[in-house]
Design a protein around this ligand. Structure first.
Ligand SMILES: Cc1cc2nc3c(=O)[nH]c(=O)nc-3n(C[C@H](O)[C@H](O)[C@H](O)COP(=O)(O)OP(=O)(O)OC[C@H]3O[C@@H](n4cnc5c(N)ncnc54)[C@H](O)[C@@H]3O)c2cc1C
Length: 483
């Protein structure tokens, strides 16, 4: 409970303009990109630096108040959803570039800097930051660290964890510590690696050191159309098996193409059942040679049309279409639910066939747009909430996630577990694994104040027993509601 005296302590530590209590303003923070989960916080604070974050967290620790860090709120697993009666610590005012050393190809950032801003500042020096979530214009590097975010180019360059070398972190008791460092290897366990992807449950990152890459000499991009999703899936397998390491291999099915074209007019063929966007980068001669091989492999697998980007503008337009895919779904459906799961690349075709069958059985359309190169599916379940289709959509999305695990994949490729999939964790991990994760979390946060209820299943919310979500007896009796 936040009484007047405690609110005044927050104001004294951060300044009155950095503490929000107006119910209308608080509502702005009630959800993230997964809008089905909502909770209005008791208080939102907007610190400007590490000391102010530490002061806010210390006050939470002393009062036993749960807190949730928030970047841009684009997360798709409910990770930034506030806790009832808790505090949201928004990093929106921490947008500074603390240091930039182009010679060392290194940048130190406050957590509220957007992903796209890093490459924008680095570009005049022939450098860029590789992980590129489709939300990069809005999402923050702090959120990227918490989710270990990926993007189209992670098939070649890896995820956030491969590009963040050091972190300054405020721990859940308010102390400030440094994880990682400039040296490529540090002694002891890799706590930097542990923190990346911990979804705000181990503390708050307040300074993030990233490594930058040299802008490649040459980039070649194509869109190849296929008559079936299976044929496109086989082309992906053939490209990867050939030894070529593409910078990106993305797939869109006909529904995704229809939505993207309606929104962006990127020039995708509306008569293709599936399209692959393939990009190669590197030294010019090597890139050209391998590009020819990719075109030949697409032809072998039955492409009906290959469109090659002739200019930087054409390439940018192809990517604009792909990166707008989620938002574009509004053109073809009143509501949609983004699923995020991984299957082994070799089982992509099988997964797509099964998704199509599940979609028919549930009577709901599913658009597929995904990072095919690393088997990271993003089925978009289309539904009309007003027509009472939400529950079926949720069920279909859950069935797809289960299928990913059954095929030897994973519950999440890059969007995280958050609130959404915490109850599904026992599908992938045994009790002992979950207990180890729980002990690790407790070592950082014995009082469970940092983003509680996220990532690890809370039996009370998950129906008392591990496994898929089942209504709690009190919920079945109509006495409590599921969030
Ligand atoms: C249209 C769209 C496209 C997307 N495409 C991709 C994609 O291609 N790849 C991908 O990986 N994701 C994608 N996402 C998901 C999302 O953008 C990423 O997860 C992103 O990293 C979230 O950043 P954010 O700043 O919005 O974080 P938020 O949503 O605000 O928070 C996400 C999580 O991070 C925690 N957090 C935030 N800041 C900090 C901090 N400083 N310290 C500790 N914890 C913190 C929060 O508590 C929460 O658990 C997409 C989302 C949308 C809406």
């Amino acid at each position: 409970m936040i009484d007047t005296a405690l609110r005044q302590e927050f104001e004294a530590a951060l300044g009155a303009d950095a503490v929000l209590t107006d119910p209308l303003k608080l509502r702005t923070y009630e959800c993230d990109g997964l809008t089905g989960f909502r909770e209005v916080p008791a208080l939102v604070v907007l610190p400007r630096g590490t000391e102010e974050v530490a002061a806010a967290v210390s006050l939470c620790a002393r009062a036993g108040l749960p807190f949730v860090a928030r970047g841009a709120g684009t997360g798709l697993s409910g990770g930034a959803v506030p806790v009832a009666q808790g505090v949201v610590i928004s990093l929106a005012r921490m947008r500074g570039i603390v240091e930039f050393d182009p010679d060392d190809r290194r940048m130190v950032l406050q957590p509220g800097v957007t992903n796209a801003e890093i490459s924008r500042v680095a570009a005049p020096h022939g450098l860029y930051y590789a992980p590129d979530p489709s939300s990069q214009v809005v999402c923050t590097i702090g959120g990227n660290v918490a989710e270990n975010s990926g993007g189209a180019h992670c098939v070649k360059y890896g995820f956030t964890v491969h590009h963040v070398t050091a972190l300054r972190v405020v721990l859940p008791d308010g102390t400030v510590t440094e994880l990682g460092g400039d040296a490529p290897e540090s002694e002891g366990p890799d706590l930097r690696g542990l923190f990346i992807g911990s979804e705000g449950t181990l503390g708050i990152a307040t300074e993030i050191t990233v490594r930058l890459l040299r802008t490649p000499e040459s980039v070649r991009t194509l869109v190849a159309d296929f008559p079936t999703a299976e044929a496109a899936g086989e082309a992906v397998s053939a490209i990867m098996a050939s030894g070529i390491v593409p910078a990106a291999v993305e797939m869109l099915d006909s529904l995704a193409i229809e939505a993207c074209e309606a929104a962006v007019h990127a020039g995708y063929s509306l008569d293709a059942t599936a399209a692959l966007v393939v990009e190669l980068d590197g030294m010019e001669h090597e890139c050209d040679e391998q590009f020819e091989q990719v075109v030949a492999l697409c032809r072998q697998k039955g492409t009906t049309n290959v469109r090659i980007a002739g200019t930087a503008e054409e390439r940018a337009l192809i990517w604009k279409g792909r990166k707008a895919a989620f938002a574009a779904m509004g053109r073809i459906s009143p509501d949609y639910f983004v699923q995020d799961g991984v299957v082994p690349r070799t089982r992509l075709s099988e997964a797509l066939t099964r998704i199509a069958a599940m979609s028919r059985a549930e009577g709901l359309r599913v658009a597929n747009v995904f990072h095919a190169g690393d088997g990271n599916l993003h089925p978009l379940v289309l539904f009309d909430g007003q027509a009472g289709e939400s529950e079926r959509a949720e069920r279909l999305a859950a069935e797809i996630a289960e299928m990913c695990v059954e095929l030897g994949g994973s519950l999440s490729g890059e969007h995280g577990i958050g609130l959404d999939k915490a109850c599904s964790m026992p599908e992938m991990f045994g009790e002992e694994d979950l207990a180890v994760m729980d002990r690790l979390r407790t070592a950082f946060d014995p009082d469970r104040l940092a983003n509680p209820g996220k990532v690890l299943p809370t039996p009370r919310l998950c129906g008392e027993t591990p496994g898929r979500y089942r209504p709690h007896p009190l919920e079945a009796a109509g006495m409590i509601e599921r969030l």
